[in-house]
Design a protein around this ligand. Structure first.
Ligand code: 5GW
Ligand code: MN
Length: 350
């Protein structure tokens, strides 16, 4: 009888230990599983993959066996300068190997957003602009055009190349150049902040009164990209048409300045273009509140921004030439050129 009791006691004790052990194991497995679900949370995985993707985008990788001309340290363009004093490249024909950089960017699956404004009578420039872009602009890469217009019905039907897309966005009509100039910066400021930003890697903002004549490709990509104005590249800095009146926010004192940049083409990453356009819009509205307007509107503010926030890459006047009929020995390839326009006629939007 006594033995029986001891036996039952031991059985119960064993069962107790067993029960405790099972519970303990179960708990451990539960927390183990929790940890696992935490690390396999799909959004986290997506983020990791995306940052890896972005990281990969930073580097340029060439492939073993891919042959190209040997880069020279002794022979190259000597008629033009191809690097700034802060060591940003200035892109001219003959300073890059397009087959090499194409082979490296092709692997990266990048998207280039491109904005263009066509308000009022400027819709007439769209056909030539878009058709020529389709011949020369980032051919073989994904391009998303964002076209802002008050006359969507006047946008021509253009056959777009593979992976080139056009989004038409209607904006209110504006007649005064001050409104268009500031409105453009404000729209770009918003666009570069919106969720669209995640749909593209780089952005270029271009004037519509222009036509492509030569290739504009991945050699132009960079963090903050500015284009040298085609009229002033040989001038001393004090003859640049910077804003010289201290009452404007765009004021640049005599003796300062690097280059004179055009507002007709600029670009970079969404973050950088957001900062630039935000700055211009803010400075333009400060001026407006004091009934002041910078001499060359957004271009004056853009030049001030780029003087103190150095661009990481500069494009030579090949990338926005004055007029296709004008030639100069330094510009060996005209890639984009202003088209002749009758300002008086096109700027009357009524
Ligand atoms: C431009 C000047 C005065 C009044 C209106 C305009 C204007 C500019 C317009 O009526 N519609 C329009 O779409 N724009 C946009 O601003 C175009 O994208 C144009 O390319 C850009 C800059 O204006 P531009 O090209 O006349 O300036 P410039 O300095 O290249 O001659
Ligand atoms: Mn223009």
């Amino acid at each position: 009888m006594k033995l029986d009791r001891i036996f039952i006691f031991f059985i119960l004790l064993l069962l107790g230990i067993l029960f405790y052990w099972v519970c303990y194991l179960g708990y451990n497995q539960e927390s183990y599983r929790k940890q696992q679900t935490q690390t396999t949370d799909p959004s986290i995985v997506k983020n990791i993959l995306m940052s890896e993707e972005k990281h990969k985008n930073l580097g340029l990788q060439s492939s073993p066996g891919f042959l190209y001309s040997q880069p020279s340290l002794l022979v190259g363009r000597t008629d033009v300068v191809s690097v700034t004093p802060w060591l940003a490249p200035i892109v001219w024909e003959g300073t890059f190997d397009s087959s090499l950089i194409d082979s490296m960017y092709k692997k990266k699956n990048i998207t280039i957003a491109t904005t263009v404004f066509a308000l009022g009578k400027y819709t007439r420039f769209l056909k030539e602009f878009l058709e020529s872009a389709e011949q020369h602009y980032f051919v073989g890469y994904r391009v998303r055009y964002y076209l802002f217009t008050d006359r969507p019905e006047e946008v021509p039907e253009i056959k777009l190349g593979e992976e080139h897309y056009l989004t038409i966005l209607k904006v209110p009509s504006m007649d005064r150049w001050q409104d268009i100039s500031m409105g453009r910066m404000e729209i770009l400021e918003k666009l570069t902040k919106s969720e669209l930003a995640s749909e593209a890697d780089y952005i270029f903002c271009l004037d519509v009164d222009a036509k492509f004549y030569g290739p504009w490709g991945v050699e132009t990509l960079g963090r903050l990209v500015a284009v040298i104005h085609p009229w002033f590249y040989g001038y001393p800095r004090d003859q640049f048409t910077y804003e010289r009146r201290p009452e404007s926010q765009a004021f640049i004192p005599a003796g300062e300045g690097d280059y004179y940049y055009t507002a007709a083409a600029f670009g970079g990453t969404f973050k950088e273009v957001h900062e630039l356009t935000k700055y211009c819009r803010e400075q333009q509205s400060i001026d407006a509140s004091k009934a002041t307007e910078a001499i060359w509107h957004d271009e004056s503010h853009l030049n001030k921004y780029l003087l103190y926030n150095k661009p990481s890459k500069l494009l030579s006047p090949e990338y926005l030439w004055r007029d296709i009929s004008m030639r100069t020995s330094q510009v060996k390839v005209i890639r984009l050129s202003h088209v002749a326009k009758n300002n008086e006629e096109v700027r009357q939007n009524a």
